[in-house]
Design a protein around this ligand. Sequence first.
Ligand code: HEM
Length: 145
Amino acid sequence: MPEAVEQILIYLHLLSALYWVGGNLLFISFGMSMRHVYKSASLVPGFRALGRTFRVGTWISVFLLVLTGTLLLIYRWGGVDTDMVIKLVLFGILLPLKALHDFYIASRAAKENPPAFYFKLTMLVARLNLLIALLIIYFSMRFVR
Ligand code: HEM
């Protein structure tokens, strides 16, 4: 694979991971400041609008991660080792959980007033997803070095 193509693929892979995971961290910070610091109901519509836009962005990231990651794996690395297998298994767990969060439970939580079962479940799954994503980054780092 030409070096320039390789660099573009790595750049896109890293950028997608940064957007997804960094965005999740910001999202959690926003949620915490809403609930614990400002306690203002007027922030809720902004939070939901951000959630809808971020959902689109993260699925584009997922698409780019799979595409660039698969190409890099085949043409640059020529195979997988234990760290990559662990990363891919974690990704295989994260993907359906993310779909469940984004397309089922989060939209139900948004309709709950006051927040109840789906709200708690959404928070739990969101945190679990972030934890899995952070583990994926750890195993990505180990695979490369
Ligand atoms: C099908 C899914 C994926 C595949 C096949 C894949 C594959 C790869 C490969 C081959 C590399 C090495 C890149 C290089 O040549 O230097 C890499 C690096 C990396 N991947 Fe993935 N990846 C996938 C999903 C993800 C996801 C979901 C994340 C984060 C949430 C992620 C985060 C990273 C990071 C941060 C690196 C850079 C590690 C470093 O340079 O230390 N990847 N990935």
